[in-house]
Ligand binder design. Structure first.
Ligand code: HEC
Ligand code: HEC
Length: 352
C-alpha cells in the first residue's frame, strides 16, 4: 500500500519548491484560465474501485486540453536530437508502455543502461526510475529529453523547435493560456497524459472486490503469493502489486551488485536496492528486472524458488533467502504464474 504520510510530505515539498521557483507567474496564469469560463475543460480521473486516492500536485490540474497536448508530445520524435525517437519508441502501448527489447535504443543508436519500465498507474507512484533518482513525475519527465542515451537534446533546443512548430504554440495556449512554451509546461502536459494511463481492468481486480471467483489453480497461486510459502506479498502486495519502495531481492552476489538506489541517495545501506516493479501486466512487460535478464516468467519464478542470493545486504523480507529461495514444486510454480496472469489488463494494451 502506498504510504500516504510520505506522499503528504512529498506533496508539501513539491508545493514549496513550486512556490519558491520562478514558475509562480505561470501558475497564476494557469490558475486564472482554469477558473475562467472559456478555459480548458477539467479532466476527471476516475480512481478505480479498491485503489487508494492518488496524489496530484495542485499546480498541475488535469484538463482535456493538457492531456491531449501531453499525448501529442509523448508520441512526437521532434523531442529527440535526430527526430527519430519519441517517448513512445521505448514505451509502447502494446507492451503496457514498456519495451520488449532488453535495452532500448536512443536517438544516436546507443543502448540505454537499464531495461525500460512500463508506464501505468503512475498516479500512485512518487519515486521514479529503477534507482529512484526522480522524486516527482515532472522531474522524471525532464530527464529522457536531456539523457544522451535517450533523446540527447537540451531543453532550450526542444523549446525552440516547439515554438517554431505550426501547431504547438496554439495547443499550449489552449492548455495553459500562454503560447510562451517552456520546459515546465512541456513536462506538465506529458505528466497529465501519463496520469490517464490507468490499468485496473483485470480478473485480479474483480476477484479483489469479490465479484468473481478465481479458478482453483489461481486460488492456490494466490495462497502461495500471500503466505510465507512464496513470500511475494511483502513487497508486491496490495492492489497496486508493489510497495513502491526499494529492495535488494537477492538477484546478484555481493561482488556483482550494481549501486541502484545508492546512486541517488549516497547511503551505504541503499547499495543494490532497486524499485519494486508492479506485477500488473507481466504478460506484456517481458523481459524482466532492471537489466531485463529474464526473458520469461518461468525464469523469474525459478530465481525466486532456488536462485536467491543470501548475504547481509539482501532484504530481510526475502525470508526464504537462506535456502536459496522459497523452494517451490513445479506445480506450485505453475499455480503462482496462473495467479500472476490474473493481473493482465488486455483492454489497457488495446487488445479488447
Ligand atoms: C531510448 C529509450 C527511452 C526513451 C526515448 C524514453 N524512455 Fe522512459 N525509460 C526508459 C528506460 C530505459 C527507463 C528506465 C531507466 C532507469 O531506471 O534509469 C525509463 C523509465 C521511465 C519512467 C519511470 C517509470 C517508473 O516506474 O519509475 C517513466 C515515467 C518514463 N520513462 C517516461 C518517459 C517519457 C515521458 C519519455 C519522453 C519524454 C521517455 N520516458 C522517453 C527508456 C526510454
Ligand atoms: C524483498 C522484496 C521482494 C520480494 C519478497 C519479492 N520481490 Fe519481486 N521484485 C522485487 C524487486 C526490488 C524487484 C526488481 C529487482 C531488480 O530489477 O533489480 C522485483 C522484481 C520482480 C519481477 C520482475 C518484474 C519486472 O517488471 O521486471 C517479478 C515478476 C517479481 N519480482 C515477482 C515476484 C514474486 C513472484 C515473488 C514471490 C515469489 C517476489 N517477486 C518477491 C522485490 C521483491
Amino acid at each position: 500500500m502506498i504510504d500516504s504520510k510520505k506522499l503528504f510530505i512529498v506533496s508539501l515539498l513539491v508545493g514549496m519548491a513550486a512556490l519558491l521557483s520562478c514558475e509562480k507567474d505561470i501558475d497564476a496564469v494557469t490558475d486564472s484560465i482554469l477558473d475562467s469560463k472559456d478555459g480548458p475543460r477539467p479532466y476527471h480521473l476516475t480512481v478505480p474501485e479498491g485503489f487508494p486516492d492518488y496524489f496530484l500536485a495542485d499546480e498541475n490540474r488535469l484538463t482535456h486540453e493538457g492531456v491531449e497536448l501531453g499525448r501529442a508530445l509523448f508520441f512526437d520524435p521532434l523531442l529527440s536530437r535526430n527526430q527519430n525517437v519519441s517517448c513512445a519508441s521505448c514505451h509502447t502501448q502494446a507492451d503496457a508502455f514498456s519495451d520488449p527489447r532488453k535495452f532500448s535504443i536512443g536517438t544516436n543508436g546507443e543502448l540505454t543502461g537499464f531495461h525500460s519500465m512500463p508506464i501505468f498507474n503512475i498516479a500512485w507512484m512518487n519515486e521514479f526510475f529503477w534507482d529512484g533518482r526522480a522524486k516527482s513525475r515532472e522531474d522524471q519527465a525532464l530527464q529522457p529529453v536531456i539523457n544522451p542515451l535517450e533523446m540527447d537534446m537540451s531543453w532550450p533546443e526542444v523549446v525552440d523547435r516547439l515554438m517554431d512548430h505550426p501547431e504547438y504554440p496554439a495547443l499550449f495556449e489552449g492548455a495553459f493560456g500562454t503560447d510562451q512554451i517552456d520546459s515546465s509546461l512541456v513536462v506538465r502536459a506529458m505528466v497529465q497524459y501519463e496520469m490517464t494511463l490507468v490499468s485496473a481492468d483485470t480478473k485480479f481486480d474483480r476477484a479483489w472486490r469479490n465479484e468473481i471467483p478465481l479458478t482453483e489453480e489461481e486460488q492456490a497461486g494466490r495462497l502461495i503469493f500471500e503466505s510465507e510459502v512464496g513470500d511475494c506479498w511483502h513487497c508486491h502486495g496490495g492492489i497496486l502489486a508493489t510497495d513502491n519502495s526499494f529492495h535488494n531481492n537477492g538477484l546478484d552476489s555481493q561482488d556483482n551488485l550494481q549501486p541502484g538506489l545508492y546512486s541517488s541517495t549516497g547511503n551505504d545501506e541503499d547499495f543494490g536496492k532497486f524499485k519494486t516493479p508492479t506485477l500488473r501486466n507481466l504478460a506484456f512487460t517481458a523481459p524482466y528486472m532492471h537489466d531485463g535478464r529474464f526473458e520469461t516468467l518461468e525464469e523469474v519464478i525459478d530465481f525466486y524458488s532456488s536462485g536467491v542470493q543470501n548475504y547481509q545486504g539482501v532484504d530481510p523480507l526475502m525470508k526464504k533467502a537462506p535456502q536459496g529461495g522459497s523452494q517451490l514444486t513445479d506445480e506450485q510454480k505453475k499455480q503462482l504464474i496462473a495467479y500472476l496472469m490474473t493481473m493482465t489488463d488486455s483492454s489497457f494494451v488495446g487488445l479488447k
